[in-house]
Design a protein around this ligand. Structure first.
Ligand SMILES: [Zn+2]
Length: 357
């Protein structure tokens, strides 16, 4: 390992980490608010764009451990099952990513309400907890592996659950998959294995290191599991923080990947570039109703409307402050403090970044 790469392996980069519990609560609250505002629209109107589909992004699937902090990036097995069951009951169809890519390559339209399930990182619980549920509902999925950590008995260096690796937490709640477990997933015929880079490092401004690392990941997938044309899911994968974008997409193409997924939330028009497809984060606060609202495109629309309303509010506040400033020139009234923009926008950015592991 080069020194350059070693310096990139510092856990979660500080600016991509949710700064504190307040950030996390705000993120969950924001998700909850948008989801519940959008759900009635999905119920009333169905898909807003039938030519699009959606990709769901999960990480850990495990039970909480009494006495320990709630696992991060987790959906409990019963909630995961309820989410899938609810989506299928609403007429959604779960497809493998490869099949969606094949339809795109042949310019064939998708039926309405197609979605794909993905998991990032490669937690052991993807096999022990998630696979039986996928099997029960015949839902295909792709597990994106950070191949450097397969078979180790240490938590992922980017796992931000404080109990990960402790004796009090069952190892399946945090341990990376072993090589044999990856093969068991592959042999299930429901799960495809994909690339999540080798080391899951912060590759911003390091295209050379990213290319080498991805090459190592792709080679590991080929030699260990016989996967020759993987899809890549970018670690962090957020355009605003520079962890997704054209540089990553171009290198993914050159590395033999057949797609490159970010964590930009939004429905995906089938005709769009598969090296720029985004995914919806699914959290513990999501129900099948709020996920349906995401997949139907209404979540995007509500979020867009809220952002516009906020920008408009900020604009009107700025105008008011400017007018007051002009009026106050030559009339130095008693000083009054103008409240600056609350830090919600920054928190929103932090939240978006933190949704990107
Ligand atoms: Zn990840």
């Amino acid at each position: 390992m080069t020194n350059d790469l070693r310096t990139l392996l510092t856990g979660i980069p500080a600016d991509l980490r949710a700064a504190n519990a307040r950030d996390l609560r705000f993120r969950e609250w924001k998700q909850w608010l948008i989801g519940h505002a959008a759900a009635p629209l999905s119920r009333l109107y169905g898909p807003s764009d039938p030519a699009s589909f959606g990709i769901l992004m999960y990480h850990r699937v495990c039970w909480p451990v009494p006495g320990l902090p709630t696992p991060t990036w987790n959906v409990t097995p019963n909630k995961f099952a309820a989410q899938l069951r609810g989506l299928l009951d609403r007429g959604f169809q779960a497809w493998p990513l490869e099949l969606i890519l094949a339809f795109r390559a042949r310019n064939r339209p998708l039926p309405p309400r197609v979605f794909a399930v993905t998991f990032d990182d490669g937690y052991e619980n993807n096999l022990t907890e998630a696979l039986p549920i996928l099997d029960e509902y015949s839902v295909p999925a792709t597990v994106f592996l950070a191949t450097n950590y397969l078979g180790t008995d240490r938590p992922f260096p980017f796992d931000d659950w404080s109990a990960a690796g402790s004796h009090a937490a069952p190892s399946s709640t945090w341990r990376p998959l072993s090589l044999d477990q990856c093969r068991a997933l592959r042999d299930s015929e429901l799960v495809s294995l994909g690339a999540h880079t080798h080391t899951h490092a912060d590759f911003r401004n390091h295209p050379f290191e990213f290319a080498l690392d991805l090459e190592h990941c792709v080679e590991t997938l080929a030699t260990r599991f016989g996967v020759t044309d993987p899809v890549l899911a970018l670690p962090y994968g957020c355009k605003a923080t520079g962890t997704a974008g054209p540089m990553f997409s171009q290198i993914a193409r050159q590395s033999g990947c057949i797609g490159c997924l970010s964590t930009e939330a939004g429905v995906v028009p089938l005709a769009s570039d598969p090296f720029d497809w985004g995914r919806f984060y699914v959290g513990s606060g999501d129900t099948s109703e709020t996920i349906a609202a995401k997949l139907d495109g209404w979540w995007d629309r509500v979020r867009g409307a809220l952002r516009m309303a906020r920008q408009s509010w900020i604009g009107s506040r700025s105008g008011m402050v400017a007018r007051e400033g002009i009026r106050d020139i030559g009339n130095p009234a008693p000083s009054h403090s103008v409240t600056t923009t609350p830090d919600h926008e920054e928190l929103a950015v932090a939240g978006a970044s933190a949704e990107s592991l």
